[in-house]
Ligand binder design. Structure first.
Ligand code: NOJ
Length: 538
């Protein structure tokens, strides 16, 4: 009999987030409902049946608020307004309700570290001048040097380029990202009050969760001292003050039964786990897994470390292979034996897409067999590769701030292909999309894949359906089984085993009754080929 947490009716459990499959929508590139070349909420609403059929439990929307889009919407000018390019608040409310009726919860993105330079607070701060209360909501400082011509400190930027910008009256303001994203001063009570009010605003509209952008960055050492390698505490990463802020957010979320997922990039697993204490964030993205190369020992190590770091705080792990900031999975796995490396994002890095796709299919079955929740980035279920964007069409500020050496993140943000025979692969109704789709994009179209039993889409649909119906999948224990070198074999429940072959030769499957699903065909002797995974019963 299915365990109670495996109620198969989508969307009915309170602890749904402990083993949810969450689909990330980058609204600008998902589906264009009004035909202007930019994705929008009308497009998402039209595709809700597709998401329901895919079998996801929730959708996380990257920012859909009013924004000049200096950093793809991570420069928010007003949290209570939907950007007109995407639609209206009324449409967002309808979307949230329609999704919920299909068993799909909505997660929105909150960006506490910074706002847009077009946010009314920042405009008021610029107008009010040095020493004003308006400036206290940000980090304005006089410069150093005889005439204040040098930035107030030497902090390195999260994107390449300077971290301080000087305004006309001579003061400088801090921005860990682009100059269009001034950092907020989290020591200020108004900053805290406003964010809690924004949380309530969205929870009241039926939102079930919030993804917290750059969650380890908002608190700053008020003295803004120079950066000294190894000095503890760090002046702006992972400061202790953050925990009190997130405890307070947790109280807000608990009143609505809503949940958090934090974007917490931290190398220290003990420090990472602090964010997941029972009165703080429910979950955080697992970047250890995302950045792990396609290597059996390292993958097993990443899985063990992840589970070990989550266990003491009782939080479920999350498993992520891709998002809107990293090179798409099939390209990454097709590029090098050593897998993830920011350096391999270089222009024109050779990639073997066939190899990458085979590995990505196996990785999908591995990921979906692990205990905890899973994030799936739009287009991952179609096996989309990273696209080469012509230089004159690149929009990502990361590219410009690197002086043109880093192609940036547009290659994983290309508008999705829906219909193989429609113009622009059916992204919209005929206007050229905001980012160009590469040649051959329609080969990946969802309609074509839906009809193909061997497609990536069919694999994801089948795996997600099994993940819902199999009591052993989702949250719960994991046990490693003995396996030949290079083969990972894990048991999730009596009778439910996942095997992944990363060795160079085919592997015999362990004893089993039924093969539930494989990521590719078995060989003629019934063995599991290299870079292939299987789910077995018995
Ligand atoms: C992380 C987001 O995922 C990324 O897209 C954005 O550029 C930065 N945070 C800044 O908000």
């Amino acid at each position: 009999m299915a365990a109670p947490h495996h109620d198969t009716t989508p969307g009915t459990r309170e602890d749904w987030w402990r083993d949810a499959a969450i689909y990330q929508v980058y609204p600008r590139s998902f589906a264009d409902g009004d035909g202007d070349g930019t994705g929008d909420l009308a497009g998402v609403r039209a595709k809700l049946p597709y998401l329901a059929e895919l079998g996801v439990d929730a959708v996380w929307f990257t920012p859909w608020y009013l924004s000049p889009l200096a950093d793809g919407g991570y420069d928010v000018a007003d949290y209570r307004t939907i950007d007109p390019a995407f639609g209206t608040l009324d449409e967002a409310e309808k979307l949230i309700a329609e999704a919920r009726a299909l068993g799909i919860r909505t997660i929105v993105d909150i960006v506490p570290n910074h706002v847009s330079d077009q946010h009314p607070w920042f405009r008021a701060a610029l107008a009010a001048g040095p020493g004003s209360p308006e400036r206290k909501l940000f980090h304005f400082r006089p410069g150093r040097g005889d005439h204040g011509e040098l930035p107030p400190n030497d902090w390195p930027s999260q994107f390449a380029g300077p971290t301080w910008t000087r305004v006309e009256d001579g003061e400088w303001y801090l921005h860990l990202f682009t100059p269009q994203q001034p950092d907020l001063n989290w020591a200020h009570p108004v900053v805290r009050e406003e964010h809690e009010s924004v949380l309530r605003f969205w929870f009241e509209r039926g939102v079930a969760g919030v993804r917290i952008d750059s969650a380890a960055l908002p608190a700053k050492d008020p003295a803004l001292p120079d950066f000294v390698e190894g000095r503890d505490p760090h002046p702006y990463v992972d400061r202790d003050e953050l925990h009190e802020i997130y405890r307070s957010w947790r109280r807000v979320a608990d009143a609505y039964g809503a949940v958090f997922v934090g974007e917490v990039w931290l190398p220290d697993s003990e420090r990472f786990a602090r964010y997941l204490r029972p009165d703080e964030l429910h979950t955080a993205f697992n970047f250890t897994f995302l950045t792990c190369p396609w290597d059996p020992d390292r993958l097993r190590g990443a899985i063990d470390d992840t589970l070990a770091e989550h266990a003491p705080v009782g939080a479920p792990a999350t498993w992520v292979l891709c998002n809107h900031d990293v090179t798409r999975t099939v390209t990454r796995y097709g590029r090098a034996e050593t897998g993830f490396d920011f350096a391999t994002k270089a222009f024109g890095t050779p990639t073997d897409l066939e190899l990458g796709t085979r590995r990505a299919r196996a990785a999908a079955l591995l990921t979906l067999a692990l205990p905890g929740s899973v994030y799936l980035y739009q287009g991952e279920e179609l096996g989309l590769p990273e696209a080469d964007i012509p230089r004159d069409r690149i929009q990502d500020p990361m590219h410009f701030r690197s002086g043109g050496t880093d192609p940036g993140r547009d290659g994983c943000r290309v508008p999705l292909p829906w219909n193989a025979d429609a113009p622009y692969a059916g992204f919209g109704s005929g206007t050229e999309p905001w980012l160009p789709q590469p040649d051959g994009w329609s080969a990946y179209a969802a309609d074509r894949q839906a009809a193909d039993p061997a497609s990536m889409l069919t694999l994801y649909r089948t795996a997600l359906r099994l993940r819902r119906s199999e009591p052993g999948l989702g949250d719960g224990p994991l046990e490693w089984l003995p396996a030949p070198d290079g083969v990972l074999a894990l048991r999730r429940a009596p009778g439910l085993v996942c095997v992944v072959n990363l060795a160079r030769t085919p592997a015999a499957l362990p004893d089993h009754e039924t093969v539930l699903l494989t990521s590719g065909p078995l060989d003629t002797d019934g063995r599991l080929p290299t870079d292939t995974a299987a789910w077995l019963r018995g």
